[in-house]
Design a protein around this ligand. Structure first.
Ligand SMILES: CC(C)(COP(=O)(O)OP(=O)(O)OC[C@H]1O[C@@H](n2cnc3c(N)ncnc32)[C@H](O)[C@@H]1OP(=O)(O)O)[C@@H](O)C(=O)NCCC(=O)NCCS
Length: 162
């Protein structure tokens, strides 16, 4: 089941964030945000009119997906950049696919024109997921990031919505 994120879901959102920061290059940050950060984060997303969707499987939050502005200037208002995270125990079961279907539907309903993803080039699972969803790679930015003592390349993927 896909539904809007509520404050009680934020423990899982925070846990996914901590895991991704500490153990992966899915997010290029060295220190995780504290749990309290996400209360403001959710409130801001809502105030700005951006969706935060969670997938629920057998009563448990299995993942979330959200988008916000691609870049801050007004001319980018028809373009959004998203993120999607699935709890490890629920991966490989189509959860991200269902979340992304709901997220792209919402973006289309909101009149967005393009959805962008910025993915670490070594994140083969995420790149494969996005290819399967119809995103195409439109650029690779070599060595624009650094984490775990190595340079990271950023793959930019694009999905036309209208
Ligand atoms: C990437 C991620 C969101 C995929 O979630 P998921 O629910 O397991 O994905 P799905 O089950 O919907 O998979 C859909 C397709 O994605 C691809 N895919 C997903 N996981 C994959 C993996 N580990 N290796 C290769 N391809 C993979 C496959 O094409 C898959 O289709 P298939 O099952 O028919 O082969 C999940 O692994 C995750 O949360 N990773 C950590 C956070 C992250 O990297 N987020 C993205 C940041 S840009």
């Amino acid at each position: 089941m896909i539904r809007d994120c509520t404050p009680v879901d934020l423990d899982v959102v925070h846990a996914l964030h901590v895991d991704a920061v500490l153990h992966s290059t899915a997010i290029w940050q060295d220190e995780p945000h504290p749990r309290a950060y996400f209360d403001d984060w959710l409130a801001e997303r809502r105030a700005d009119g951006y969706p935060v969707l969670v997938a629920e499987v057998d009563g448990a939050v299995a993942g979330y997906a959200t988008y916000s502005a691609f870049r801050p200037h007004q001319g980018y208002r028809h373009t959004v950049e998203h993120s999607v995270y699935v709890v490890e125990a629920f991966r490989g079961r189509g959860v991200a696919t269902v979340l992304m279907d709901a997220l792209t539907s919402e973006a289309r309903a909101e009149g967005r024109h393009v959805m962008m993803a910025g993915i670490c080039s070594s994140n083969t699972a995420s790149i494969a997921l996005h290819e399967r969803l119809g995103f195409t790679t439109v650029g690779v930015l070599p060595e624009v990031g650094r984490k775990f003592d190595r340079w990271l390349d950023l793959t930019l993927m694009r999905l036309p919505l209208s």
